[in-house]
Structures are given as structure tokens and as C-alpha cells.
Design a protein around this ligand. Structure first.
Ligand SMILES: Cc1cc2nc3c(=O)[nH]c(=O)nc-3n(C[C@H](O)[C@H](O)[C@H](O)COP(=O)(O)OP(=O)(O)OC[C@H]3O[C@@H](n4cnc5c(N)ncnc54)[C@H](O)[C@@H]3O)c2cc1C
Length: 366
């Protein structure tokens, strides 16, 4: 029997070092500026593309590095696309020459994907799409979109999530109105409503078989949950680092505030919870890599990571007192950001529903 090894492999360590080096060039002041001006972080995106990080989950044949990191957006194309589609669609993304957005959520469907109403109708060698999407990130700057739409009405399918099809196609602004949503945080990454009116899509832009789009999307959902958990933990750790540094420096009642247990204990608790969440991330990622079903672990990781990240950000604001509310100290921005991994792409409530049903065998509640 081999013992459990918690150390990073050489490959994992070199990957962390390389990414840390890039991120060090884009510090908190850079992100505060993007938060205020709402501009897409083009130079950060270029820096990642230049070193091959955008395409790390795309097979090497299509122009990407062989190192694995989770940028899973085009996972369905990489897994279910034809050789021709992979060759046509993946290299421009890996090279950072094209940007893509991911259009699933609809105003009237929410978390109930089986209720998607945007329709694609087949007309000879192409489809015509009509409908609306909401909350679509980066649609202001995207050239392409991966879009999930209904090709068979739900009443003619065995279950509501059948009859959905996936397309990777040009975001043709003559037929897609992209309207930005004014929101609480993440101003550098635009969120949008899409109004799609008679968008013509060539049949060769359909990924996989007609009607099986939901299945294809599911394939990428577990790694996406693991990725988001890791993001939330990273954010929580950044907040905790700032909070601990501030607690050491700020002197009130003749002593650093960090000398008080009422300040220390919540910070220590956050550290413990972030560490525990990371273990679940590593377990879920390991299961995914081993092709072991990882749904429960991936969902648990997303839940724990998002909650721990949020708690650390909130604790960091409280540790800073009034200054926590000032933009200059960055933690208020972290707190706004930390809400996103809690809400999207699946809410904590729906994760609990999933665990209750699939792991504990309780009746489906939704
Ligand atoms: C910043 C941001 C970026 C996003 N980017 C994208 C993107 O790029 N592409 C994309 O397709 N989508 C994107 N989304 C959408 C996101 O995935 C959805 O907001 C999310 O899935 C929740 O859907 P909803 O907002 O419609 O919530 P709803 O489905 O309306 O749910 C509202 C609340 O009710 C709860 N609820 C619903 N049913 C139950 C139940 N049976 N039991 C208990 N609780 C229940 C939910 O948990 C939730 O808290 C983004 C969202 C945000 C905020």
C-alpha cells in the first residue's frame, strides 16, 4: 500500500510558480483600476495567452501547452468535436486570437436547465436561432459563443434536458444584441443579456449529435466546479493575508488589534476552513484525473471552497474596521468578488439538494 502524498508534484509546482510570476505583474492596484474603469483586462489576458496558459486544457495537437490547468470553457469541443472542428475552433482560442463566451443561462429557466426556451430550427444546411440568454460573461468582447439551445420541444422528449443541442459559432452582432448588466462587482468582466434574432448557424458548427447538448455540457461541469472552488480558496487566502498583515500593524488601545483573541480566532478559523476546502478540491481533482465519478466531491469542493472564501473575505473586511470599507485596502472588492463563486454556476442550495439526493438517497426535492 502506498502512503498518501500531499506534496505538489514537480509539474504542479512549476505550474504554480509560472502562474504566480505572471500574476505578480498584475497586482491589486491593477485590479482596483479595472474594477473602477470596467475595462477588460486585455494585457493580463495577453500575458496568459503568450505563455500558452489559455489553451492548457486543449490537446497539444491544436496548439496548446501539454501542462494541465483548468481552463475548461471549450472542453465540450475538445472532447466531442470532430477533428475538423477541433482544428478550426481550438487554435485561435489557445493563441488568444479569439475570445469565446458560454451561453447557457436564460431569464425564464434559471437553474432549471430543462426549461431552456431559446430555439434552433434546422433549415437545410444551417440552423436559425431565436431567443434570449442572460448573465453571459465577456459577450462584449467575445468573437465566438458556445451556446446551448433547444432543437426538440420539451414535450416531445423523454426528459426535459433531452432535445438540447450545443453550437460553437460566431457571435454575429447583426443578429445578437448584447446588452451589459450593471452589477455589484467583477467590473472588468462584463455580464450581459443576449437577444438573439434569426441568427443563422451553419450545421457544421453543431458540436456532437443533435439533442445531446446537455450531456456534453455536463462533462465539463465537474472540472468547472473544482476550478471555481480553487479560485474561491485563492481569493480567501489573499484576503486572509491582507487581514493578518493589517492586524499586526494597526494599534488601538495600546496594542496591535491582532493581539486580541476576538481578532485572532476568526482569522485562524478562516485559515483552517480554507485548508480543509483545499483538501476536498485535491480529492475531487484526483478523482476526475483518475476517471473516477467525482460529482459528489466536486460539488462538495465547490460548496466548501466558496463558503470558506466568502467567510475569509468578510472576516478580512471586519478586521480592517472602517478601512475595510475603503477601496484602497482592496478587501471590499474581494468581498464583492467572493459572492460570485457562491452563486454561480450552481448555488449552495442546489448543491445540498444534489448531495441529499445522489449521496444520501433522499427523494428528489426540486
Ligand atoms: C457574475 C455572473 C456571471 C455569470 N456568467 C455566466 C455565463 O458566462 N454563462 C452562463 O450561462 N451563465 C452565467 N451566470 C449565470 C449563473 O450560472 C446563474 O446565475 C446561476 O446558475 C443561478 O441561476 P439564477 O440566477 O437564474 O437563479 P434561480 O434559478 O432563479 O435561483 C434563485 C435562488 O433560488 C434558489 N432555488 C431555486 N430552486 C431551489 C430549490 N428547489 N431548492 C432550494 N433553493 C432553490 C437558488 O439556489 C438560488 O439561490 C453568471 C452569473 C453571475 C452572477
Amino acid at each position: 500500500m502506498t502512503s498518501i502524498d500531499f506534496a505538489f508534484s514537480e509539474l504542479q509546482q512549476s505550474l504554480r510558480d509560472a502562474i504566480e510570476k505572471i500574476c505578480a505583474r498584475f497586482g491589486d492596484d491593477y485590479w482596483l483600476k479595472r474594477d473602477s474603469d470596467g475595462k477588460f483586462p486585455e494585457d493580463f489576458y495577453r500575458a496568459l495567452a503568450a505563455d500558452g496558459w489559455l489553451g492548457v486544457c486543449i490537446p497539444q495537437d491544436f496548439g496548446a501547452s501539454a501542462v494541465h490547468m483548468n481552463i475548461f470553457g471549450l472542453n465540450p469541443v475538445a472532447v466531442y468535436g470532430t477533428a475538423e472542428q477541433k482544428k478550426r475552433m481550438l487554435p485561435p482560442i489557445a493563441a488568444g486570437k479569439e475570445k469565446a463566451c458560454f451561453a447557457v443561462t436564460e431569464p425564464n429557466a434559471g437553474l432549471e436547465t430543462g426549461k431552456l426556451q431559446t430555439r434552433a430550427e434546422r433549415r437545410g444546411d444551417h440552423y436559425v436561432i431565436n431567443g434570449a440568454k442572460i448573465w453571459i460573461s465577456t459577450a462584449q468582447v467575445a468573437d465566438k459563443m458556445l451556446i446551448l439551445v433547444r432543437t426538440t420541444p420539451a414535450e416531445n422528449t423523454r426528459k426535459p434536458t433531452d432535445g438540447l443541442s450545443l453550437f460553437y459559432t460566431a457571435l454575429d452582432r447583426r443578429h445578437v444584441e448584447v446588452r451589459v448588466i450593471d452589477k455589484m462587482g467583477r467590473h472588468a468582466v462584463d455580464s450581459n443579456q443576449l437577444f438573439i434574432d434569426a441568427l443563422k448557424v451553419p450545421a457544421e458548427d453543431r458540436i456532437g449529435e443533435e439533442g445531446r447538448g446537455f450531456e456534453y455540457i455536463l462533462h465539463g461541469m465537474n472540472p468547472e466546479r473544482i476550478l471555481i472552488a480553487a479560485e474561491a480558496i485563492g481569493l480567501g487566502r489573499a484576503a486572509l493575508k491582507r487581514a493578518a498583515a493589517y492586524a499586526k500593524e494597526r494599534v488601538v488601545f495600546g496594542r496591535p488589534i491582532g493581539q486580541n483573541q476576538a481578532i485572532q480566532h476568526p482569522l485562524a478559523e478562516c485559515w483552517i476552513e480554507l485548508e480543509a476546502a483545499e483538501l476536498m478540491v485535491r480529492k475531487a481533482a484526483w478523482q476526475y484525473d483518475q476517471n473516477i465519478p467525482c460529482g459528489p466531491a466536486a460539488n462538495a469542493a465547490k460548496y466548501l471552497g466558496a463558503e470558506a472564501g466568502f467567510k475569509a473575505c468578510q472576516t478580512a473586511v471586519m478586521t480592517h474596521g472602517g478601512y475595510g470599507y475603503a477601496k484602497e485596502y482592496h478587501v471590499e472588492r474581494y468581498l464583492r468578488e467572493s459572492l460570485i463563486p457562491r452563486i454561480a454556476p450552481v448555488s449552495p442550495q442546489l448543491i445540498l439538494c444534489f448531495i441529499a439526493e445522489k449521496v444520501l438517497g433522499l427523494p428528489k426535492s426540486y
